[in-house]
Structure formats: structure tokens, C-alpha cells
Design a protein around this ligand. Structure first.
Ligand SMILES: NC(=O)c1ccc[n+]([C@@H]2O[C@H](COP(=O)([O-])OP(=O)(O)OC[C@H]3O[C@@H](n4cnc5c(N)ncnc54)[C@H](OP(=O)(O)O)[C@@H]3O)[C@@H](O)[C@H]2O)c1
Length: 321
């Protein structure tokens, strides 16, 4: 089968489309023929081994797992002998754990706990746009953010891969959502349900006198005192990303109880089922910016790394009829 492989850390130039052995499912695994995948920040963090801590996970000098790609949408080709939830021919979607990436490929073997049936209303491309970004939004809002119905919630970076899910998932909790984005993305962020939109090129959400119960930050470009100023007395700020290591360390060291990093998002069945229901009910619909082929994964990663994506960057691996 064809797969994107990298044998050294570096820029997207290290990614190569290669012929590799097709994996065989273990007893509890499902072999999925992949129709679509999508690119996430995790792919380029691992590819570049940035920050340096990534090397502790995936090899100090060179990558142990030479494949990338977490999100998968495709059709079950074969199942291991202990698999109970799926059979050949099922259309599925899900997210590979960060230490088992490999969905930038024609086939992948996934534990059955990593997959769910694909919602029929979604194309494979749409389904592939969902898992890791939606896990991040859901876990950041719910677990670190303690989101509650009726709250005033602000999403910084509302137009990106994670932010477009965060806006919709926060709305599904019955909150009043303010999305922060630039001028060109205001209509899109409104169209996915934001009650208010702040154009960060014209207005600073930490200086306009508004206070929020929950800030979910998918950019990570603000100081702890900025967040504190924009929070209500019992408010919480859940930070998913960061624009520099100094921002990361500041949040870790000075954030206190109210401002903190969310835990690294984890693929898991319970949350996949919650997200599947949100997709089926139409409360969440993925926003797709661009679509690339498997061969074009390096270009897709280069585009994502620029930090200007409007929703998700999807990889079409095979056409399905
Ligand atoms: N903790 C975790 O487990 C976890 C998991 C996944 C991702 N993350 C992190 O979450 C962050 C977001 O990921 P992503 O996939 O959503 O990234 P992304 O899709 O690349 O985000 C791009 C978006 O950010 C917007 N943006 C850039 N600067 C902004 C600013 N100053 N204010 C508001 N919006 C701004 C851009 O809009 P404009 O072009 O209009 O500025 C663009 O729409 C990344 O740092 C990633 O590493 C963390």
C-alpha cells in the first residue's frame, strides 16, 4: 500500500510517499481501507519534533513510528478474531492515538475502541475532518473548562480546525458563545452558531470590559493577566495551544487555579460516541477549508503550519463510489 513515511525529523520535505507493507489486524483490531484523513497540529509537531519533548515520545534522534495521521474515515476491510463491534463493509471514522499515528496511508489497523460507525449524513471527507480537533474542543471545554449551560463562553481562534468545533460544541451545551477571529472569517464563525464575533484585528477581547465564565483558547497568544482580566470571578481559562514556549511556561507557572493548559486531547470511544451524536443531530458540522490528495500531504502540512486554515485541512486518500 502507499503511505506517507518520514525517517528523520524536519520540515515537510522529510515526508515521502512510499510503498510499504499493508498492515494485518491483530485480534482486537480492524483493518480500514482509508477514504479520507485530515491534518492536525500534532502531525507537524511530531514531524519536526517540536517542542523537543516530542522526542521523548517518538525517539530521541529519529522517529520510531515513521507514519503520521490521526484522523481516519473509511470502510472496514477485515476484522481480527475478537472484534465484536464491526464487520467488513462497515463505514467507520475515528482517531488513532498519538503513539500509533498512521492514517496518511491507504490502509490502517485500528483498535475497535478507536472507531465508530460513520454518521450517514457525512461524507468520508467530512467525517475525517472531525476526530482529533473535536476531541480537543470537547475535552478542553468540558474537562478543563467545566462548561455549564447558560455560561458566557469565549473561543479564541474560533476559525481554526479546533476553534470551529469549539464554537459548535460550546453552543450544544446551551452557552452564549463569542468567537474571536479576523475580519475574513467573521461570517463563517457566525454561520456555525457564534452569538457574537470579535474581530481581533479591530478589538482586543481582554480590553473591552466584557467578562466570561469560560475562555477556551485555541491560539495561546495571550498573557495570564490578559486572561484574568477577561474572566468573571469564578471563571476558567482552558488553553489548548500556544504560540511560543514562553507563553506555555507562563500559563503553567503563573496560571493558578483559573488559567491552565488542557490535558493533551485523548482519542477515546466515549467521546467519539458523544461527538457522533452531535454530528448526527446536526449540532456539529465540520468546516472544511481545503482538500489535498495523499501525495500532496507535504503541501497540506505546509499550509496548516502557516496557521491560517479556515476550518480543517482534509486529505482525500481514495475516491469512494
Ligand atoms: N492540547 C491538545 O491536545 C491539542 C490538540 C490539538 C491542537 N492543539 C493546539 O491547538 C491549537 C489550534 O489548533 P488548530 O488545529 O485549530 O490550528 P489551526 O487550524 O492552524 O488554526 C488556525 C486558525 O487560527 C486563527 N488565528 C491565528 N492567529 C489568531 C489570533 N491572534 N487570534 C484569533 N485567531 C487566530 C487563524 O485565523 P486568521 O488566519 O484569520 O488569523 C486560523 O483560522 C494549536 O496550537 C494546536 O497545537 C492542542
Amino acid at each position: 500500500m502507499k503511505a506517507i513515511v518520514y525517517t528523520e525529523y524536519g520540515s515537510a520535505d522529510v515526508l515521502q510517499l512510499k510503498e510499504v507493507e499493508r498492515p494485518a489486524p491483530k485480534d482486537n483490531e480492524v483493518l480500514v481501507k482509508i477514504y479520507a484523513s485530515s491534518a492536525n497540529a500534532a502531525d507537524w509537531h511530531l514531524m519536526r519534533a517540536e517542542p523537543f519533548l516530542a522526542r521523548l515520545e517518538n525517539g530521541l534522534l529519529k522517529p520510531k513510528n515513521t507514519k503520521l495521521g490521526s484522523d481516519v474515515a473509511g470502510r472496514v476491510e477485515a476484522v481480527g478474531r475478537n472484534v465484536k463491534q464491526f464487520q467488513a463493509g462497515d463505514d467507520v471514522f475515528g482517531g488513532m492515538p498519538l503513539n500509533e499515528l498512521g492514517s496518511f496511508a491507504e490502509y490502517v489497523c485500528a483498535n475497535e475502541e478507536a472507531l465508530a460507525l460513520k454518521p450517514a449524513r457525512l461524507t468520508f471527507e467530512q467525517a475525517a475532518a472531525v476526530p482529533l480537533a473535536a476531541f480537543t474542543a470537547l475535552q478542553g471545554l468540558r474537562d478543563k473548562g467545566q462548561i455549564q449551560q447558560g455560561q458566557k463562553v469565549l473561543i479564541n481562534g474560533a476559525s481554526g480546525g479546533v476553534g470551529t468545533f469549539a464554537v459548535q460544541i460550546a453552543k450544544s451545551f446551551g452557552t452564549e458563545v463569542t468567537g474571536v477571529c479576523s475580519t475574513r472569517n467573521m461570517d463563517m464563525v457566525r454561520s456555525i452558531g457564534a452569538d457574537h464575533v470579535i474581530d481581533y484585528t479591530k478589538e482586543d477581547f481582554t480590553q473591552n470590559g466584557q467578562r466570561y465564565d469560560l475562555i477556551f483558547d485555541a491560539v495561546g497568544n495571550r498573557s495570564v493577566s490578559d486572561y484574568q482580566r477577561a474572566l468573571r470571578p469564578n471563571g476558567i481559562c482552558s488553553v489548548a495551544g500556544f504560540t511560543s514556549l514562553s507563553r506555555l511556561f507562563q500559563v503553567m507557572l503563573l496560571g493558578g487555579k483559573k488559567v491552565g493548559l488542557m490535558e493533551t486531547a485523548k482519542a477515546n470511544k466515549n467521546d467519539l460516541v458523544i461527538i457522533k451524536e452531535l454530528l448526527e443531530s446536526g449540532k456539529v458540522t465540520p468546516v472544511i477549508d481545503r482538500t489535498y490528495s495523499l501525495r500532496e500531504v507535504p503541501a497540506a502540512i505546509r499550509y496548516l503550519e502557516k496557521g491560517r486554515a479556515q476550518g480543517k485541512v482534509v486529505i482525500t486518500v481514495a475516491q469512494n463510489n
